[in-house]
Design a protein around this ligand. Sequence first.
Ligand code: FAD
Ligand code: NAI
Length: 475
Amino acid sequence: MSKNFDVVVIGGGPGGYIAAIRAAQLGFNTACIDEWKNEKGGPAPGGTCTNVGCIPSKALLQSSEHFEHASHGFAEHGIEVKGLGLNLEKMLGRKNTVVKQNNDGILYLFKKNKVTFFHGRGSFVKGDANGYEIKVAGAAEETITAKHVIVATGSNARALPGAEFDEKLILSNTGALAISEVPKKLGVIGAGVIGLEMGSVWRRLGAEVTVLEALPTFLGAVDEQIAKEAHKLLTKQGLAVNLGVKIGAIKTGKNSVSVEYTDAKGEAHTGEFDKLIISIGRTPNTIGLNAEGVGLKLDERGFIAVDGDCKTNLPNVWAVGDVVRGPMLAHKAEEEGVAVAERIAGQHGHVNFNTIPWVIYTSPEIAWVGKTEQQLKAEGVQYKAGTFPFLANGRARALGDTSGMVKFLADAKTDEILGVHIVGPMASELISEAVVAMEFRASSEDIARICHAHPSLSEATKEAALAVDKRALNF
Ligand code: FAD
Ligand code: NAI
């Protein structure tokens, strides 16, 4: 097996494995090193996203939504379910199968694209503009060389000081995806993306969920009108979201966790929970890379410091994904991975940070791209807004899911679309149209003039675009 590569990628998450495949497509002799182990100790490439992130969370969100529909939703369709039961072991087993299919898929893609895969930890030994020596510590230890190195080592859950993760009572995303019995009372610290998605999963399966959030506003980064609607809908489902809390002491007992906190009014409380998920953000993972040994610069927050092209301070060393600045999203990591491989090949890879979509996979889903109304106000941009509720959409009525709306924000003078915000059914799919439109710098009128299939949820997108010009047809 070759030990000398044109490109070595450290980390096989969405940033790393996609960078490796693109580099190989471009004709480089490429290797990817990833240390993630499955329960048998074998390789499990795909990183956080595949193993304990995007994929397993969406598998459980789907399963738990089916359960909720069967428990509460089917009756209105005239479907009577008797003797409904929950086999959590099977549900978790299905999630594990979905994860494994994705791990195996990546190993297959490596073979197909002739990417050499190393299972183990990669760390810098030494190097300069002429090349780098990388140690791979796996079942055996070996050293390989690379002309270019792409670091894609991802991120880890941030712990709350004084409440380290034990994955039994105090859970990170890893434990939150593998609770073997539905907790009666589940505490969640942090009403961010993980808190809301995992809180939704366990609430649907029967847990009483209390979410404790430090900030006084719900989903502060989301368009305010959409966040308010989402807050109302999620609260109505039974997710108790407490804003403006201050967390105090967290103590674990034999089978429970107590959390002392003060609420927004300053009143003291103690929450008693069977399990506690802590989802207060993630920290970049540079452990074991020997970054300091080769002089790879980190920024003040511990991320690998990169320029706009993902170049680090070291010649021919690049970094992508969660370990560098920018949103911690799988598709952002992938786009950076592709762009870096293309830059190494002398091409002009590009990532447009203005058109990276965000999706929160609650029910209804929340999705957006571009600027929020509060951002436009703060920036003094003159804009027009148009909204359309799913309540007035025929397909949403037929589905039995009429919550939420689509909202367009367009430049007051040029009508260029500046942001699109959705809370509602299949928002994750609907947002793609807005991303495409914004990439092509479309106006709201462009969307309003495009023929959309009837009946479809996407008609709500067209109607919201029409509403920018105050001429929605169905509302
Ligand atoms: P990672 O996926 O973290 O991969 C890094 C890999 O590098 C890991 O396999 C790690 O083991 C390996 N590694 C680290 N150091 C070394 C080393 N020295 N040697 C060898 N290997 C090493 N994003 C979305 O876009 N959509 C979602 O729906 C979504 N859901 C999420 C749900 C949860 C619960 C969580 C936690 C995250 C979710 N994310 C989602 C975020 C997404 O998972 C990350 O943004 C994405 O995984 C980042 O990709 P990455 O390649 O940068 O890093
Ligand atoms: P987050 O940044 O989304 O949310 C963290 C929340 O915790 C914030 O609301 C913050 O104000 C709050 N918080 C911080 N410190 C606190 C404290 N001491 N007490 C109470 N609240 C506190 O982080 P999260 O949910 O951990 O997710 C990490 C990242 O993973 C996300 O930002 C996202 O990039 C990615 N992710 C993406 C998903 C998706 O795309 N659907 C799904 C899940 C995660």
